[in-house]
Each structure stands twice: as structure tokens, then as C-alpha cells.
Design a protein around this ligand. Sequence first.
Ligand code: NDP
Length: 343
Amino acid sequence: NKKVILKNYVDGIPTETDMELKMGDTIEIKAPKGSSCFLVKNLYLSCDPYMRGRMRDFHGSYLPPFLPGQRIEGFGVARVIDSDDPNYTPGELICGITGWEEYSLLRSSNELQLRKIQLDDAIPLSYHLGLLGMAGFTAYAGFYEICSPKKGESVFVSAASGAVGQLVGQLAKLNGCYVVGSAGSKQKVDLLKNKLGFDEAFNYKEEADLDAALKRYFPEGINIYFDNVGGSMLDAALLNMKVHGRIALCGMVSLQSLSSSSQGGINNLYNAIPRRLRLEGFLQSDYVHIFPQFLEHVKGYYKEGKIVYIEDMSEGLELAPAALVGLFSGENVGKQVVRVANE
Ligand code: NDP
């Protein structure tokens, strides 16, 4: 059973050498009798920025750290091979927290952590990790529950071509908003404008003055900022928000270090007072009650051709460490997924 382990705790941005591919033990392809577990064959693994937080030696977060020497875990799509749990039958497909390894022994859990999924010819199976998974749900819950969007409003999305950002922008367009995205390469900017339907997009790495860039695209100001990056982009957005604007604090992937002393150089927060802004951090896991509604709506939009989804697929477990690390330098174009085995 090949697996990817964490070699050591990480301070700041992880590198490939913080992880290691181990040939692992020879395992019996069976769920032990009396274990109430089921054995799955992992097909696809998801790479997500939050996993960096689990690589730190920090126990105060909402998720416990990975342990050095132990396999990494994250969201995956897998097929049940053997089962000692009457609720799971060999052949069934699941999406949920699994190991970064070929085969994993799992236990049933709540719906956000583990759910059964069905093959659907119209939707690639791996989309359960992106469009129909945690990333898509984050976009949906964050946009509708935190941003309170209204038709005609102006919306800015950072890391806009990524797993979350690409859906936020498309939902905003469906809602009749004017939408601008920022991303870190020409290729991503082209995708935003020509494939994902954003009204405008810009490469933030080519802008010497982010405040000026936002003023160019939003001469009358921003109603909604969906913040995936924090740091200097958030600071510039604070100078460009309209009165009663809303900022959804989704993630701060630009912060190089996750230490509590690093606040990302926010100087313009005082603008929140005269402009009566609402800034709200959120975790998608708080919105589990709207997960069925999300699935129904987003599946429907996709099948009706109203939205598209871009995925970046790495081939093989051995490429998983590089794929994860690549999130922090913007290597991924769209949702980063790793194919571990053929369906
Ligand atoms: P992405 O697919 O967007 O991948 C990460 C992207 O971040 C990279 O491609 C890169 O895009 C950008 N990036 C990396 N480093 C920097 C940097 N230093 N400055 C600016 N941009 C950078 O990831 P996700 O869509 O999965 O996640 C987006 C955000 O949402 C993350 O902050 C994540 O933590 C957060 N999140 C929050 C959840 C919640 O419940 N609140 C749940 C899930 C995700 P580019 O090339 O454009 O720079």
C-alpha cells in the first residue's frame, strides 16, 4: 500500500521534501471482521490550501495536525472494496476524508466528512472534489450566505481561477452582477475572461499599485469582495469598497507564514467604519444544512451548461506532494486533483 507521509512539521510554505512517498506495508485487501470499517481503493485525491495548516506543529486550530511519519489525509473519491459496515457495500463510491495512499480503511462519518456518490455520465467523478465538493460548496455558501448579493452589484474575486474562485464568479454572473477576478498569470486571466465569463480580469503580479488596479475596474467602488488571499489585496480592496459593502473572508493563502503574529500588513481596516462594511469570516462546514440545496442547484447549472469547471489533474500518487505544494506558488490552473487509480 503506497502512501504519502508527512516527514516533519512545516513552518511557512511546505516543500515537496516535507513529504515522502513510502512503499508501505503489504496489506490484505479486506476490512477486518468486527472493525465496523470498510476498505476503499482511492481513485482521486484533492489538494487544498487548508492542508498547509495541518502540517504545522499547532494544536489550537479547528483541525488537528498531521503526525510526522504518518500518512497525510484529505478529501478523496474512492470505491468500496470490502466492508464490515452493513451501510457500505463493495462497488459503492464515496467522497470524503481518506488517506493519501492506494487503499484506506474508513469508518462512517457525518455528511460533510463522508458521503456516498453516484456515477453520473454527465459529470466527471473527480468533480465531487471540486465543483460538487468542498471547494464548490465554499463558493456557494460564502457567496449566498455571507455576501447577500443583489442583481447589478459589483463583485471582486481574488484567486479567481482557483477551485473556489471560479465558481464564485460564475454564480455572481448568474445573479446579474458585474464581476472582476484577479489571478497570477496571463493564462489564468484569459480563462477568466474567455471561458469562465468574468466581465474583466487582471494579473495582480503585473500591477505595481493594487489600489489603482481596483479603481480602474471599479470606478464606482465594489459592493462585494470575496477574499481568497488576504494580505495586500485585502488591504487594497478596503480602499475601494462602497458604503454598506460586504467582504467574505474565505481564505488568506497569500500569508507566507501562518504564525499568529503575521497579520498580512492590513493598514486600511479603519475604512470599514465610515463605509459601514460587513467583514465576515466563515467556514463552509457551518452550512451543512444547505449542502443538499447546493448539490441540486450547482449540478443543475452544470448540466444546463450555465457554468463550466476547470480542473488540474496530476497523474499518480507520486505527484501528490508536488501538486499540493504548487497551490502556494499558483502552479495549479483550476481545481487541483490527483488521480491515484483508474475508475
Ligand atoms: P486555489 O485553487 O485557488 O489554489 C490556490 C491559489 O492561490 C493558487 O493557484 C494561486 O493562484 C493563489 N495563491 C497562492 N499563493 C498566493 C499568494 N502569495 N498571493 C496571492 N495568491 C496566491 O485554492 P482553493 O480555491 O481551494 O482555495 C481558495 C481559498 O479559499 C484559500 O484561501 C482557501 O484556504 C480558502 N478556503 C476556505 C474555506 C472556508 O471554509 N472558509 C474552504 C475552502 C477553501 P494565482 O496564480 O491566481 O495567484
